[in-house]
Design a protein around this ligand. Structure first.
Ligand SMILES: [Zn+2]
Length: 460
């Protein structure tokens, strides 16, 4: 009898320990990142003579993940984030609610919190943006930024960080300030580099805004970043702050891979993908000292831009080294160009050439007749008070600054890299995993399976 009891106890112990959640779980989401973005970054590394592999592609488990939303084969980040965070499909634009908007879904981050884990949500874009919001908010529209911000506080997670808030006082600016509400709820709110570096207390909830934000309250593109913290710096800081005897769940989003891909700027995509991989490297360092207690999952929410490696004009050749010479994002070049045009309203291509060389490494001898014609048209279009919104101008510029997008198209195509759209696409994304239960992420499966797998770890 004693023997039977003992073996029963042993079986129970093995079952419970075999299915208990890993103490530390990292979920990395590259927004707009699929194999083309990953491989372009690896080609770039090869071209600059660095390691030829990203950390993420060297992880032990590898999968392919389908991304469609409930109402569109090509998803947006709200539906994809909901799938990754809750294991449920919903319509594009919806955050963690069902398609009829009658039910809310609990997220893996909320479940981790209920399981006694500390929780951190990090993004290089504003922390009320669709992907981070999908881990703590439940809203019929991703655009309900104020409501999302209020949910961020009421969820009570331990750390939020990266970009800031898009609507801290509501649409009309007459609501209680979310930052004040956060402080009242016990959060320490940091908004500068000095305080970020000093931050070391594990005993308080914290919201960290980067001191250098763009007009959309996001961190700067990596290619434009100065001395402010990077996504990897923030991930490392979060690991130090969240590490505790009960463990943590952390979601880290590289949000601007997507934005640069919408603008068809491969150089900026590559630098943001490398910055995202540097953040993954911080988790892998942590895994190396806690290999039995850590799970790292790295995925994308969808592909953006229809990026591919290969262009009709370069046939079988690639020249990714040309992208090394790009030193700023399309967005910062918009500002350079606007300034130039303001000081010289009659600007011609010749006036622009020094800046094309300085910022993109393109000299006059690099430009063929077709490039020159395209640039001259773009300069002329950029001078129009209002560009007619026709299908033709959309195909040419996608609503972006005509000159910036024409320059990045030319540079990218000369590198053997090309784009099909200014929106998302429906191709599967790559998923990588390392550590306990990483084998769950081998194979070909749907993005909802990632959410379900993660939630099952906590629910069993
Ligand atoms: Zn997007």
């Amino acid at each position: 009898m004693k023997k039977i009891l003992l073996s029963l106890l042993l079986v129970t112990f093995i079952l419970t320990s075999a299915f208990s959640a890993p103490k530390y779980v990292f979920l990395f989401i590259g927004d707009g990142m699929a194999l083309p973005q990953i491989k372009a970054a690896e080609l770039y590394l090869e071209s600059v003579g660095s390691d030829k592999r990203l950390i993420m592609t060297s992880l032990e488990a590898q999968g392919m993940t389908t991304t469609q939303s409930a109402d569109s084969f090509i998803t947006d980040s709200a539906a994809a984030g909901t799938a990754l965070a809750t294991g449920h499909k919903t319509n594009s634009g919806v955050i963690c609610m069902n398609t009829t908007l009658t039910e809310t879904y609990k997220t893996v981050a909320e479940i981790a919190k209920e399981n006694g884990k500390k929780v951190g949500i990090i993004s290089s874009v504003s922390i009320d943006h669709a992907t981070p919001a999908a881990f703590y908010a439940h809203q019929p529209s991703r655009k309900n930024y104020y409501e999302i911000g209020m949910e961020m506080i009421s969820t009570g997670f331990d750390l939020y960080g990266g970009g800031a808030l898009l609507s801290p006082k509501g649409k009309k600016g007459d609501q209680p300030d979310i930052v004040d509400e956060a402080i009242k709820a016990g959060y320490k709110v940091i908004d500068n580099q000095v305080d970020f570096e000093k931050l070391s207390s594990k005993n308080e909830k914290v919201i960290i805004f980067n001191e250098a934000l763009d007009g959309a309250q996001a961190m700067q593109y990596e290619i434009d970043r100065q001395t402010e913290f990077s996504l990897a710096d923030l991930t490392e800081k979060a690991i130090n702050l969240l590490d505790n005897e009960n463990g943590f769940f952390m979601m880290v989003e590289g949000g601007k891979i997507d934005w640069a891909a919408h603008a068809n700027d491969a150089g900026t995509v590559i630098h943001d993908t490398l910055a995202f991989d540097d953040a993954v490297a911080k988790a892998v360092e942590f895994y190396n000292s806690h290999p039995k207690d850590t799970l790292i999952v790295v995925t994308g929410d969808h592909e953006t831009g229809g990026l591919t490696i290969g262009f009709a004009g370069t046939q079988y050749s690639t020249y990714v080294d040309k992208i090394e010479k790009q030193t700023l994002s399309f967005q910062n070049f918009d500002a350079v160009y606007s300034h130039l045009l303001a000081s010289n309203p009659n600007l011609t291509l010749n006036d622009l050439l020094p800046d094309l060389e300085k910022y993109f490494g393109l000299s006059k001898k690099d430009l063929n007749d077709m490039d020159i014609k395209k640039l001259e048209t773009a300069i002329s279009d950029s001078k129009k008070a209002k560009l007619p919104s026709t299908e033709y101008t959309y195909l040419l510029y996608g609503g972006y600054n005509p000159v910036s997008v024409t320059v990045t198209h030319i540079l990218n195509q000369k590198s053997g890299i090309s784009w099909t759209t200014y929106s998302h696409t429906g191709v599967p994304v790559a998923t990588f995993a390392q550590g306990v239960y990483s084998s769950l992420f081998n194979g070909y499966y749907d993005n909802t399976d990632i959410g379900k797998n993660l939630i099952n770890l906590y629910n069993n």
